[in-house]
Design a protein around this ligand. Structure first.
Ligand SMILES: Cc1ncc(COP(=O)(O)O)c(C=O)c1O
Length: 352
């Protein structure tokens, strides 16, 4: 057994792209997804737990009230909270598309969507990233109920999907659109509802996923769907059924964080910092209003060396290496926040 794992690890080390855990005692944060800084505000969270799954002892009226609040807040008919975005995508994609159906997904969609698809009995095909004609070609050949899976803002590119055009295509081909809003929640739209709201296309979306561990600075995720699909997930989504629910206080904490994220000033500050960063280092990959700004490097070693230089200077940044991104597309991921100061951004850009 052991030699096989050692060989696989050595292969990765030889490619220069081994993963390792990083931590800093103190560092200037340009790597977390806490875009508004809501996660940094110290809070006391009472961690008593129902010690069971939501279907047994893990449920409560309080939790269901939080879900009703989330449905209303995010302009959905119903909401179901999962323990994480990973769990939510796993449950949604493995349960909803059935044998004989087709899932068409953007080639850059998050690993959690892909893992959900792997657990599904539906057929699945990728389409070229943000490529409408490739998507249409796939839609033409699809069978059964057709699902299209995209992110509104892509986590490793920081670019934004042509949401309205994709929604219109889905409508024309009678396909059901699923949008992962993990990195848009809190950051875009009135009250931080997300990009689908900003683009006024919520009614055209079959399911949205919003995570709370990023822009909302909490934990967990919500799937926003119809009442019927919510009941279906409660019955068939295994990552919802077969796991211990989060402590009740985490659900009320989520509600509190979502309410705090209504503060438009935080979003304005964040956008000002994104503009300031881009005035020095305009990313050719990322959208101009994205809190994720990716800088690409031709050489893997240069990318790693720049990350290490910044880390040594007290900046928490992360080099994103293959296989997280395709071979040859190594990049530095700079996450901007409402709380970063202009001086920090200037110094970061000077070092870059
Ligand atoms: C697009 C996308 N979807 C889902 C997830 C998973 O969310 P969570 O971290 O809550 O498991 C992530 C997080 O990395 C993500 O970037």
């Amino acid at each position: 057994m052991e030699p096989k794992y050692i060989r696989l690890l050595q292969e990765r080390i030889a490619k220069g792209s081994e993963r390792s855990l990083l931590s800093f005692d103190t560092a200037i944060d340009f790597w977390s997804n806490d875009y508004l800084g809501l996660g940094k505000q110290l809070q006391q969270v009472e961690l008593s737990s129902g010690s069971g799954s939501r279907l047994i002892s893990g449920n409560s009226k309080t939790i269901e009230n939080v879900e009703s609040f989330l449905a209303t807040h995010f302009k959905a008919e119903a909401a179901l909270v999962f323990n994480s975005g990973y769990d939510a995508n796993l449950g949604l994609f493995s349960a909803v598309p059935q044998k004989g159906d087709t899932i068409i997904y953007d080639e850059l969609v998050h690993a959690s969507v892909r893992d959900g698809i792997r657990l599904s009995f539906a057929k699945a095909f990728s389409f070229n990233h943000n490529d409408l004609s490739d998507l249409e070609a796939r839609l033409n050949r699809a069978e059964g109920t057709v699902f299209v899976a995209i992110e509104s803002i892509y986590s490793m590119d920081g670019d934004i999907a042509p949401l309205n055009a994709i929604a219109d295509l889905c409508e024309r081909y009678d396909a059901l659109l699923i949008v992962d809003e993990a990195h848009a929640g809190g950051v875009f739209g009135e009250n931080g509802i997300g990009l689908c709201d900003e683009m006024e296309m919520i009614p055209k979306v079959f399911a949205r996923l919003v995570t709370f561990g990023k822009g909302f600075g909490a934990h967990g995720a919500v799937v926003l769907v119809s009442k019927t699909v919510r009941s279906f997930l409660i019955n068939f989504a295994r990552s919802f059924i077969y796991t211990t629910a989060m402590p009740e206080a985490m659900y009320t904490h989520i509600q509190g964080q979502v309410l705090k994220a209504q503060e438009n000033k935080l979003r304005e500050q964040l956008q000002a910092h994104i503009r300031y960063f881009r005035s020095f280092k305009p990313s050719p990959i990322s959208a101009e209003n994205s809190p994720i700004q990716m800088l690409d490097y031709e050489e893997l070693e240069t990318c790693k060396a720049v990350a290490e230089r910044l880390q040594a200077a007290g900046f928490a940044v992360k080099a994103i290496l293959p296989p997280t991104v395709p071979a040859g597309q190594q990049r530095l991921r700079i996450c901007l926040h409402a709380f970063n100061s202009k001086a920090e951004i200037e110094e970061l850009c000077r070092l870059l």
